[in-house]
Each structure stands twice: as structure tokens, then as C-alpha cells.
Design a protein around this ligand. Structure first.
Ligand code: SF4
Length: 423
């Protein structure tokens, strides 16, 4: 029997945390992992989250180190992993990058968790203790009923109020197949938790505002309607990603608003219809965008809108076209990204096949840097156009900290972004 008295859970930071101004974790991954540790194993858990703190790796003393990483944070995960393995500590890596690159990740880890860890993580710990930990754990069929609720006290020793851990997820996966998105593939299809389970979890969340992490919560209108209806008596406010079709479903929009929905993040992606068709997102019609925004706002729902640049139909005019669109359509908060080929997506496969990947350092896959050869402009024009649009749009929005964020982006040169020497 292997000694398993203490686990260290590590969340490395990445680009998206560069300008973070509070010490609130942005994900519920660590609380979810803590809740999956079998009580009968009697293991002490320590949490290290680089998104809210500096980690002194030398002070970590555990039998297993478990690291959860995205593609843009995987290099930091490897740096931590290599250090701990050099000290004889077993390392487990999971997360979306591991899910699609288990062989690469295996080079830095004693075990890799692919997909949702709800059944595999507890099994891994039991296997470790029995000296039979496997090299790779793949997600099998998952029972989404009675999922353990994330341990919202996981960060108490970091002075993070459990009230601030307000993320929740009711559904997994997406039935659409937008070219750049991992959601259709990352958890073997689409899954829904029983509404009763979700409501019971919400009742335990102290915060008055809930952040739903579902990729496409409203895709099953009947499920979404029932969930919203059940949330009304809870008197919470909430936000979620959503697509524009919700705005045309009057009953759903009304019940969502009544249940406390106050913000949606809509993936408009582009103001160029041909681009949307090319990325399998033709269901988004540019001609509907303005009316969709109006309908949400008429129900007191703010619209955060995301737009992606570097799509194959884009030329350099796309930046001005987007700027003009935003002058006409009062999206509450636009957000911009550069099209990035994440492993596991059709877009990654296509870029590989067309030999258009120009950057292979994963740290640069932060959606703010160009990593492919665009079809209709140079990489430099794409990068510059992105910076200029961000500055032009955000300089008039001093109400958000985003203008600081985007102004500083050009300082994040390749040398800075890929640097892990602070670990
Ligand atoms: S971008 Fe949104 S709608 Fe498209 S596949 Fe991803 S989650 Fe689904």
C-alpha cells in the first residue's frame, strides 16, 4: 500500500489571469476536485491556485501533486510537474489539454486524467493507494445524477470567502459544432443534471449572484425553461453563455428574466456572414444581431458579446466593420479574441493539415496572440488589427478595467508569454 496522506492540488496561471485585480478564483475546478476525494481515504488536501497567489513550490510537501491545466497553462503545469517528479513526488495532470493530448502530457506526469474526472479521480486515488495507478484514465459513462457539490470552502485558508465561489454547471457539452470550439467533444456528448440536483446545489450557494459555466445552457429549451421556473423562488441573479436564439423564444426569455438572469455572454463571433457559415456557425445571422440584443436588454439582461478575428473569410476590413457594428448595436460589453486552433477541434485538424500552424508553444494559445497563418491577411496585420480594435473600443469604456488589459497587451511579447522562469 502506497502512502497517501496528503494531496496538493495546483492550478497554474495563464494569460487570462494577467490582469486579474481580485483574489477570487475564476473556476470551480479545485472545489470540484476537493469534493471528489473519497472521505474514507482520510487524505489532507492543500490547495495552490496561481490565479490568486504566488506558489512557493519548495514549500509543498505532498504524496501526490494533482495539476489541472488548460492549453495556455500547460507549460507551467509541465514546469511544476517536472520539478515535483524530480523530487520523487507522483504527479497527475488533468484538464482540457490533457483530454486531447494524453501522450504529450504523459511525458510529464505519472498519470493523466482525460475528460470529466467525476469517476476517474476518486478511482485514481484508490488505485494509487493500492499501488496500481494507471498511466491514463479516460472518462467512461458518467452518471450525472447526484454529482457531489463542489466544496466551496476549498479556499478558506486563502482568505477567499466561500460566498465568492459562485460558479455552477447544470449541463455539459454542446450539440452545435462550431469549428473552433472544444465543447462538442470534451465530455462525450451533451449531458444534463437533474434540475432538482441543480436547485439543491444553488440553495447551498451563499452568493446572491450565480455564474453558470454551461457552454450552451439554453440549447434544450424545455430543460432550460424548467430550470428557470424552479429558480424563481430562490431569488438569485445569474449570468450564463447563451446563443441569440434564446432572444426569439418569448416564453423562455421571460421565465429566464423572472428567474434572475441579468447577463448573457453571446458568441456573435463575426459581423461577416460568410465567415460564420465557414465555421459552422451559420445559425448565427448577422441580420438578427441587433434585434437579439434589443430583446435581451428589454428584459433587463445585459449582453456581453464575443467576436473572433482571423477567420478565413476575414480580411483586414473586418476590424473597421466590427468597430462600425459596435457603434450601431449597443452591446453592453464586447470581448475580442484571435481565432486559436485548440487541440481536439476541427479547426486544429484543418490548420495541421494545411500546414498553417506558425507557433507551437502552447503558452501562446491565449486567444490574444496569432498562432496560425491567416487566409486573407498577414499574421502581423491580424495581430496589429486586433490590438488597434481593442484600444479603439475600450478607450471609450473607462468604466471597466478592460482598457488597462488591452492597452498592455502589446507588452506581452512571445518572450514574456512563454517565460516560466518565475516558477
Ligand atoms: S461556440 Fe457555443 S454554440 Fe458553438 S459549439 Fe461551442 S458552445 Fe456550442
Amino acid at each position: 500500500m502506497a502512502k497517501l496522506e496528503k494531496i496538493a492540488l495546483i492550478m497554474p496561471k495563464g494569460a487570462i489571469y494577467r490582469f486579474k485585480e481580485n483574489n477570487t478564483p475564476d473556476s470551480i475546478t479545485i472545489p470540484a476536485l476537493v469534493s471528489l476525494i473519497p472521505k474514507e481515504l482520510n487524505i489532507k488536501v492543500e490547495v495552490y491556485d496561481e490565479t490568486i497567489e504566488k506558489i512557493e513550490k519548495e514549500s509543498i510537501n505532498a504524496d501526490i501533486v494533482v495539476i489541472s491545466a488548460l492549453t495556455s497553462t500547460i507549460n507551467r503545469a509541465y514546469t511544476y510537474a517536472d520539478y515535483f517528479r524530480s523530487k520523487g513526488v507522483s504527479v497527475v495532470i488533468g484538464g482540457v489539454h490533457a483530454t486531447f493530448n494524453p501522450d504529450e502530457v504523459s511525458e510529464h506526469a505519472d498519470s493523466v486524467i482525460c475528460g470529466i474526472a467525476i469517476h476517474t479521480f476518486p478511482q485514481l486515488l484508490k488505485d494509487y493507494k493500492a499501488d496500481k495507478m494507471q498511466k491514463i484514465y479516460k472518462q467512461g459513462d458518467i452518471d450525472f445524477r447526484n454529482m457531489p457539490f463542489p466544496d466551496r470552502n476549498a479556499y478558506v485558508e486563502k482568505n477567499v470567502n466561500s460566498e465568492d465561489i459562485n460558479g455552477i454547471q447544470a449541463t455539459y457539452g454542446c450539440k452545435n459544432v462550431c469549428e473552433f470550439c472544444v465543447q462538442p467533444y470534451v465530455c462525450n456528448g451533451c449531458h444534463q443534471r437533474p434540475i432538482e440536483d441543480v436547485i439543491n446545489e444553488i440553495k447551498q450557494i451563499k452568493s446572491g449572484f450565480l455564474e453558470f459555466y454551461d457552454p450552451n445552457l439554453f440549447q434544450d429549451a424545455e430543460y432550460a425553461y424548467k430550470l428557470c421556473e424552479a429558480m424563481i423562488p430562490l431569488k438569485k441573479q445569474w449570468g450564463t453563455p447563451a446563443n441569440i436564439h434564446v432572444s426569439t423564444n418569448k416564453e423562455l426569455l421571460e421565465v429566464a428574466s423572472k428567474s434572475g438572469l441579468i447577463a448573457v455572454l453571446v458568441g456573435f463571433e463575426s459581423v461577416n456572414q460568410k465567415s460564420l457559415l465557414k465555421i459552422n456557425k451559420g445559425f448565427n445571422r448577422v441580420s438578427d444581431f441587433s434585434e437579439a440584443v434589443r430583446r435581451f436588454q428589454n428584459h433587463n439582461i445585459s449582453v456581453f458579446g464575443s467576436f473572433v478575428f482571423g477567420l478565413d473569410e476575414n480580411d483586414i476590413n473586418i476590424f473597421q466593420e466590427t468597430y462600425d457594428f459596435l457603434q450601431q448595436v449597443p452591446i453592453n460589453m464586447p470581448r475580442f479574441t484571435i481565432n486559436t486552433p485548440f487541440p481536439g477541434t476541427p479547426f486544429y485538424k484543418k490548420m495541421k493539415e494545411e500546414n498553417r500552424i506558425i507557433e507551437d508553444n502552447w503558452a501562446m494559445y491565449d486567444c490574444s496572440h496569432v498562432v496560425i497563418q491567416p487566409a486573407n491577411m498577414s499574421p502581423e496585420d491580424l495581430q496589429q488589427g486586433f490590438y488597434e480594435l481593442c484600444n479603439a473600443v475600450y478607450e471609450n469604456r473607462p468604466d471597466t478595467n478592460l482598457h488597462h488589459y488591452y492597452k498592455k497587451l502589446p507588452d506581452y511579447t512571445r518572450d514574456v508569454v512563454i517565460d516560466c522562469s518565475d516558477i
